[in-house]
Design a protein around this ligand. Structure first.
Ligand SMILES: [Zn+2]
Length: 382
């Protein structure tokens, strides 16, 4: 039955904002600040709970169809993402994105605790909740300390965006006269397990701190390239002992949640950065997208490899395709030649969620139509 096919552990997408899928392609080739302030924020303000549910569901459909079985998300109205994840059958970690913007940090911290109470370990344990922080330049020392307190109380990791842009470094230096890594350390962030998204600007000074903590950096090469943030040096961090995971970031900045594209971009970006074909191997990139992602989320005992005693989160990739023939090396085929459409079937938590490219748990066509209608409304009013 599986002749010419390969079974892999499902991909772990370690940095997403699933509710942003309605913004796909709405603001491309513009500056990050313009992207945020002119396009994304006004549309976000109009989003209803129904929009958030549909947007999250659209993201999860795309994730499953391209081989992702676990995601790590932070955004707002995360209860809707939780409901969608429960319904479709994907595994995920959710967090309220706490910052000092909009309604303020205290309300968000309260919301984060409520999300934990209502959703942690729900859906047969598929859903986990952690504490999310937006980024160092939008979180005050007080907010970070409160988030750390909450993470300690709930015994969960902190998921935070970190060293994504030069602007972030400049703002933290201007406001607090210190480096970003010192700012995090000073406010207790490293007292808990951390999942730090991006790390584009991490240097030797950052590494000298990061390597002593339970910290993972989530490489988001497509988002970082497309927004012009830069290419993070993952080879140097990996060799320095930091756990590296992979994430697509949101659809508005990466336009796709297909992890195969990020696998390839992760490999290419390191090779370009070092001007060396040996900078990173296909095998290492596959580890980053699976077991290292599981480790980033603290789920390595349950997922990330195919082993007896672990949860069955599996994807079947069809290699009987012209663009994958002839097959000299499976790892190379998966990283350099395959794409998400080659994923034939997906099993999550032992349950068949997609069979022969058909999602079995929700009506894909209906969700796509609802997403189109919601996006039309959100952008027609602008
Ligand atoms: Zn992000």
């Amino acid at each position: 039955m599986l002749h010419g096919k390969v079974v892999l552990p499902g991909f772990v997408n370690c940095h997403t904002h699933a509710g942003m899928s309605l913004f796909r392609g709405c603001a491309d080739d513009v500056d990050l600040m313009e992207w945020k302030n002119v396009y994304i924020k006004p549309a976000e303000k109009k989003m209803t709970k129904e929009d958030m549910y549909v947007a999250s569901m659209l993201s999860f459909i795309e994730m499953i169809k391209t081989g992702t079985t676990t995601f790590n998300d932070m955004y707002f109205m995360e209860e809707e993402a939780a409901k969608a994840a429960e319904k479709i059958g994907i595994r995920g970690m959710l967090a309220v994105q706490i910052s000092d913007m909009n309604e303020g940090a205290d309300a968000k911290i309260k919301e984060a605790e409520t999300l934990y109470t209502n959703w942690n370990d729900k859906a047969d344990g598929r859903i986990k909740v952690c504490v999310g922080l937006d980024s160092p330049d939008t979180c005050s020392p007080d907010t970070m300390k409160k988030a750390v307190e909450l993470a300690k109380k709930l015994n969960v990791p902190i998921h935070m965006q970190y060293l994504e842009t030069k602007d972030e470094i400049n703002k933290v230096r201007e406001n607090y006269s210190m480096s970003v890594v010192d700012y995090l350390k000073e406010n207790g962030i490293f007292d808990v397990k951390t999942i730090l998204a991006h790390g584009v600007w991490a240097d030797e000074y950052d590494l000298s701190e990061l390597q002593f903590h339970d910290t993972s950096i989530v490489n988001s090469p497509i988002s970082n390239c497309k927004l012009g943030s830069g290419i993070g040096d993952m080879k140097f961090l990996l060799e320095g002992g930091v756990n590296i995971a992979l994430g697509t970031d949101d659809i508005a900045s990466s336009n796709t949640l297909d992890m195969f594209e990020d696998l390839k971009s992760c490999a290419y970006s390191q090779k370009v950065l070092y001007k060396q074909a040996t900078a990173i191997s296909a095998k290492k990139v596959l580890e980053i997208a699976t077991i290292k992602g599981a480790k980033a989320l603290g789920l390595q005992k349950d997922i990330g490899t195919i082993e007896i005693g672990k949860k069955a989160d599996l994807i079947i990739v069809d290699l009987n395709r012209a663009h994958l023939a002839p097959l000299h090396n499976v790892n190379s085929a998966l990283v350099y030649s395959a794409n998400g459409n080659d994923v034939e079937s997906v099993i999550i938590d032992g349950k068949l969620v997609m069979e022969n490219r058909k999602i079995l748990t929700v009506d894909e066509g209906e969700i796509v139509e609802q997403a189109r209608m919601a996006a039309r409304r959100l952008f027609a009013e602008q």
